[in-house]
Design a binder for this molecule. Structure first.
Ligand SMILES: [Zn+2]
Length: 646
C-alpha cells in the first residue's frame, strides 16, 4: 500500500510537470515503467487509490449522462460588444468604490465544473443550465491537466473550459480523413459529451481553469488569489492574467487580447473582465441571470452557420473555376454575408457540401468568407454537378488534381480578373480601377491587355454611365501614377504563375526586368522563395513572344518599374520588435526611424528577431524575447543609436 501511494505521488508529479507545466523532468519510458508497476500492484491487491493515475483511462462507455445539481449556481456572463457597453459596466462598478479588475481570455469550448471533497477529485459536470449539469466524470478523467488529489480539505468546486487546441484539432483531422471535426469548439463539446470515454481520449481535450465556484472553508478574497490557489493546487491555467486599475488599462488589455488571440493555439471569442475583490463582488451581487461584477467582452463572430442555396462557378485569372455558394443571409463579423467560397471542385466532395447543406462559414482575409464544411447532411441535399464546359465562355474544362480550369486563355472573366489583379492594391495600385469598372471597360472599350489601360482617354470614358468629369480625371490620374512603380510590385502585377509578393521581392533584387529575363533555371531555383515549378513558369513567361511584346508595349507606354534603394544605417541587418509605450513618440514613428536606418520591423517576437525595444508596460513580447535570449533594450538605447536626444 505504501509503495502504491508512493507511485501515485511520483506519477502524478510527473504528469503535472508534463501536462500542466509543459516541462517534463523524466523521459516517457521512465513514467511508463512506474505506471506498469502501479497497475501490477493494483491488480494484485484489487485496490485502486482515488488519486491513482490509472483512473485516467476513462473506463467503459456510459448509457447516458446522469443529471447533477451544482453546489453553487454556475452563472454565465453578461456580454458587451461595444466600448460603450463596457464603459457602462465600469460606471456601475465604480459606484461601489474603486476596485481593481482582472482581464483574461474567454475561451470557446465547453464549460465544466470539477468537485473535490477532502482533497480528492469526486466529480466532473458540464455547466448545463447553470443549476443542473450532466455528470461527465468518466470523460473528464481522460484529461490529464488537473489533479486527482489536492491539499485543500474542504468542499471545492472549480470551473474551467474544456478545449481542444487548434494544433490538436489539425492533428486529429489529418489522422481521421473520414471524420473531420469542423471547429475546436464543437470538437471539445463533442469530446466531453461523448458517451464513450475512449472517444474523448482520442481527441485530446484539455481543461483550462479560471474560476472557483464554491469553497466551503477559507474562501479566497479575490480573483487574483483564486488563480494563485488553482495554480498552487496543480490545475492548468492560461498564463495570460492581467490586473488593471483603470478603464484605459482594461481596454488596452482587451486590445492586446484581440490581436494576440489570433496567434495562440486555443480558440477564443473574447475577453473576460471581472472585479477582482470579493468584497466588492458581494456588494454588487447578481441579477437573475448574471453576476453584476463581471462582463464578457465578445469580439465579432468569426464563424457562423448557414444553408447553401445554390453553387455557381467563378473563373479566376489563371482560368481556375472556383465554386461560389449563395447562402441564407447571416451575420458574420459585423456584416451580412450572402455568399461563401470553397477552394475548388474537390473541396465540395471533401467537405460534403451539397445544395441544401447546413454549413459552417468562416471570415477569411478575402472579401468573401470560406465554407469550412457541412455541419449536418440534410435530407434531399443535391450534389453539385461537375461542369464540363466553362460557364463563361463554354470552352472545355480541364481537370488538374482537385481543380478545374477553363482552357481558353481569352475567356472574358479570366481576362478581367487578370486586369483586376494588375490594378490591385499590392500590385500597381490603380485606385478606383475595380473589377466592375474593368469589366465595363472590357465590354465597352475593348480593354484586353495591361497596356490598353495606358491608352484610355477622357473621350473614351465620357460616354460611360456613371463616369463624370471628376471620376474620369481621378481614374486617369491613378493610371498615370502607376507608371512609376517599384519593380517587385510590377513583377507581382503581371501575374507570372507562382510569383507572389515575396518571390517578387527576391527577383526585384536583380535590378531590372532585363536582368530577370536572363536568369537561368539554376539561378532561379537558388532563390529562397522560388521552387522548380515557379522557376519554369518564369522561364516560360519570358520565352513567350506575346508576353515579350506586351512588356515592350508597357515600356513604350511609359511604364518604368524602378528598384528601391535599400536604406542603410545603424539598424542594417537588424529585425526589430517594438513593444510597450514609448514616452517620446508613437510606435509607428519609431518604426519609420528604424526602417530609415536600414532595420526591418516585425510585429511579433520570433527567433528571427535580433532586438526588442521595450517601452513602458511591455507585456508578453518582452517575456518571449527573454525566453528566446533576444537582447532587450530601452527607449534611450534607440535614441542613442539613432544619434538623437530623447
Ligand atoms: Zn472560360
Amino acid at each position: 500500500m505504501d509503495r502504491m501511494q508512493e507511485l501515485c505521488e511520483i506519477l502524478n508529479r510527473w504528469a503535472y510537470e508534463y501536462y500542466v507545466l509543459d516541462d517534463p523532468s523524466v523521459p516517457d519510458r521512465e513514467y511508463d515503467r512506474l505506471y506498469d508497476e502501479l497497475r501490477e500492484l493494483e491488480r494484485e491487491t484489487g485496490t485502486v487509490l482515488p488519486q491513482s493515475p490509472t483512473r485516467r483511462v476513462g473506463g467503459e462507455p456510459v448509457k447516458g449522462f446522469e443529471r447533477h445539481t451544482h453546489i453553487s449556481r454556475l452563472y454565465s456572463l453578461d456580454k458587451a460588444v461595444t466600448e460603450d457597453e463596457l464603459s457602462a459596466f465600469f460606471t456601475r462598478v465604480e459606484k461601489h468604490g474603486a476596485p481593481t479588475y482582472t482581464v483574461e481570455y474567454k475561451f470557446d469550448g465547453l464549460t465544466v465544473c470539477l468537485t473535490y471533497e477532502k482533497g480528492n477529485f469526486v466529480r466532473a459536470t458540464t455547466r448545463g443550465n447553470g443549476v443542473e449539469g450532466e455528470d461527465v466524470t468518466a470523460q473528464a478523467l481522460t484529461v490529464k491537466s488537473f489533479p486527482l488529489k489536492i491539499s485543500y480539505q474542504g468542499t471545492l468546486e472549480v470551473r474551467g473550459e474544456a478545449i481542444i487546441r487548434l494544433s490538436a484539432l489539425e492533428k486529429y483531422n489529418a489522422a481521421h480523413p473520414e471524420e473531420q471535426l469542423k471547429n475546436a469548439r464543437n470538437a471539445a463539446a463533442g469530446a466531453i459529451r461523448n458517451l464513450d470515454p475512449k472517444v474523448t481520449a482520442t481527441r485530446s481535450p484539455e481543461i483550462l481553469f479560471y474560476d472557483i465556484n464554491y469553497m466551503s472553508e477559507n474562501p479566497v478574497a479575490s480573483q487574483e488569489e483564486g488563480m494563485e490557489f488553482l495554480r498552487r493546487e496543480g490545475f492548468k491555467t492560461y498564463p495570460y492574467f492581467k490586473i488593471c486599475k483603470t478603464f484605459d488599462e482594461v481596454t488596452e488589455a482587451i486590445d492586446e487580447i484581440e490581436i494576440e488571440r489570433k496567434k495562440i493555439d486555443v480558440l477564443t471569442d473574447g475577453a473576460v473582465v471581472k472585479v477582482n475583490e470579493e468584497s466588492v463582488r458581494a456588494e454588487m451581487g447578481y441579477t437573475d441571470k448574471f453576476p453584476r461584477w463581471a462582463i464578457a467582452f465578445k469580439f465579432e463572430a468569426e464563424e457562423a452557420e448557414t444553408t447553401v442555396h445554390s453553387v455557381r462557378w467563378q473563373v479566376g485569372r489563371t482560368g481556375k473555376l472556383t465554386p461560389l455558394a449563395e447562402v441564407t443571409p447571416v451575420e458574420l463579423a459585423g456584416a451580412t454575408v450572402r455568399r461563401a467560397t470553397l477552394n475548388n471542385f474537390g473541396d465540395l466532395t471533401k467537405k460534403r457540401v451539397k445544395v441544401g447543406s447546413k454549413v459552417l462559414i468562416r471570415r477569411s482575409n478575402e472579401v468573401i468568407p470560406e465554407i469550412l464544411g457541412a455541419v449536418s447532411e440534410e435530407e434531399g441535399g443535391v450534389p453539385v454537378e461537375k461542369p464540363l464546359f466553362c460557364p463563361a465562355c463554354h470552352s472545355p474544362v480541364a481537370e488538374v488534381g482537385a481543380n478545374l480550369f477553363c482552357t481558353n486563355e481569352e475567356c472574358p472573366p479570366r481576362v478581367v480578373q487578370k486586369l483586376t489583379h494588375y490594378c490591385s492594391k499590392n500590385a500597381m495600385d490603380v485606385e478606383g480601377m475595380s473589377e466592375q469598372t474593368l469589366s465595363l471597360f472590357y465590354d465597352r472599350l475593348g480593354v484586353r491587355r495591361f497596356s490598353d489601360l495606358y491608352h484610355l482617354t477622357a473621350e473614351n470614358l465620357q460616354g460611360l454611365e456613371g463616369f463624370k468629369e471628376k471620376k474620369i480625371a481621378n481614374l486617369l490620374g491613378a493610371v498615370e501614377k502607376s507608371k512609376h512603380i517599384p519593380l517587385d510590385r510590377f513583377l507581382y502585377a503581371i501575374g507570372i504563375g507562382g510569383i507572389g509578393r515575396v518571390a517578387a521581392r527576391d527577383l526585384a533584387a536583380f535590378g531590372s526586368l532585363e536582368a530577370i529575363a536572363d536568369l537561368t533555371f539554376e539561378e532561379l531555383v537558388a532563390l529562397e522563395n522560388v521552387g522548380e515549378i515557379t522557376a519554369n513558369a518564369i522561364l516560360n513567361y519570358f520565352a513567350n513572344g506575346e508576353n515579350r511584346a506586351e512588356l515592350l508595349r508597357l515600356k513604350e507606354a511609359g511604364v518604368t518599374p524602378f528598384v528601391k534603394e535599400k536604406n542603410v544605417g545603424v539598424f542594417s541587418g537588424e529585425t526589430v520588435v517594438l513593444t510597450g509605450t514609448l514616452s517620446s513618440m508613437s510606435r509607428p514613428e519609431a518604426q519609420k526611424l528604424i526602417e530609415e536606418a536600414g532595420g526591418v520591423c516585425a510585429n511579433s517576437v520570433s527567433s528571427k528577431v535580433t532586438l526588442v525595444i521595450a517601452g513602458e508596460k511591455a507585456g508578453s513580447k518582452l517575456d518571449k524575447a527573454q525566453k528566446l535570449g533576444i537582447p532587450v533594450v530601452g527607449e534611450e538605447e534607440l535614441f542613442a543609436r539613432l544619434g538623437r536626444k530623447s
